[in-house]
Unconditional design. Structure first.
Length: 337
């Protein structure tokens, strides 16, 4: 089965073609970062309009790279939510229109489920069950995953997500938007031990996260020390965030008794986090899995793959669609047998 995936939940337009026998055939991505940087954050209306401009050219590119014609697609998966309502509607409506024209089924995919399952596109890939850390600009959650659609929320952030805290701290340091990757690069030049930054909820005896206090502590340092200390502040901030993320992952593995950890989402590309978890895995004898670096951010490949895993004969073919700007991942059901 060849499944076309369309991702348009926020500020990246992603399309991909996944074959259940041959694997990922092709994927293409357009990021709107440069457009939104002028405003210091995502402008929803501009995001929606840009998705409209990008989807069909990206579709042509994916088909050309895969050597597949449009009529050879068997199904279309699209991001149904959560995300920006207008942006979601672009992907959903184009998926529905294509499906109607081709007489093919569609399936709406939860954006976070796409991230959650994306490490299954890597080699080696994890087997179920596993603990998953979803860590991105909008979400920080720990999940127990027993299969597709079988998710148990173990803990989540009570305020800022980790990626959001990275981006906001980067702005404090004058690194622009989005600043998470720039902060990580700057941190490599700094002394992580110069300033003592808090590790919020490190000893909370649960699996929840909080990063707002860490961001505020960085703000206090910027005001006190100035930007001459930016590299050291960045290094201290990153070390604190990684400490918390790693500690919570270890606790989740211990509480569940599982020996496999999956890390997904944009912050999952952070080299410091990966290095720390790899070292912990070697020392404590568990396995850790990541999606390929190119698939850590929002992308169509994860949507196509999740769609392939969920498509069944019972899937609706009438062309109607909805989007869900707010959608709790734990409410998803397993696909029909």
């Amino acid at each position: 089965m060849r499944v076309l995936g369309i991702e348009s939940s926020c500020d990246e337009t992603g399309l991909a073609l996944y074959d259940t026998e041959a694997g990922l055939l092709a994927h293409a991505l357009h990021s709107q970062v440069a457009m939104h940087a002028e405003y210091g954050g995502v402008v929803p209306e501009l995001a929606s309009r840009d998705h409209i401009r990008r989807v069909l050219p990206l579709l042509k590119r994916v088909l050309a790279e895969a050597g597949v014609e449009l009529k050879d697609i068997d199904a279309i998966a699209y991001t149904q939510g959560p995300g920006l309502a207008g942006a979601l509607l672009v992907g959903a409506s184009i998926a529905s229109g294509l499906a109607q024209a081709l007489g093919k089924p569609t399936v709406g995919i939860h954006h976070l489920e796409g991230h959650l399952l994306s490490p299954l596109l890597s080699d080696p890939k994890p087997a179920f069950p596993f603990v998953a850390l979803l860590v991105s600009g909008g979400h920080t959650q720990l999940m127990r995953v027993d299969g597709v659609g079988r998710y148990e929320l173990l803990g989540e952030t009570v305020d800022d997500a980790a990626g959001e805290a990275f981006d906001k701290t980067a702005q404090l340091l004058g690194l622009g938007y989005p600043g998470g990757p720039a902060l990580s690069r700057l941190a490599e030049q700094g002394d992580a031990y110069r300033f003592k930054l808090p590790r919020p909820m490190l000893n909370s005896h649960n699996l929840d996260f909080s990063f707002a206090g860490l961001k505020t502590a960085a703000l206090t340092l910027v005001r006190k020390e100035g930007l001459d200390a930016a590299a050291d502040i960045a290094a201290g901030f990153q070390a604190a965030a990684v400490d918390v993320l790693a500690a919570k992952c270890l606790t989740a593995l211990k509480q569940t008794g599982l020996k496999r950890l999956v890390v997904a989402g944009g912050v999952g590309a952070n080299r410091s986090l990966r290095s720390r978890l790899d070292a912990e895995a070697e020392q404590k004898r568990f396995a850790v899995f990541y999606p390929p670096l190119a698939l850590c951010t929002d992308n169509g490949a994860m949507i196509a793959f999740a769609g392939a895993m969920r498509l069944t004969e019972a899937q609706s073919r009438d062309g109607r669609f909805t989007v869900k700007p707010r959608w709790d991942l734990s409410t998803l059901a397993a696909p029909a047998a």
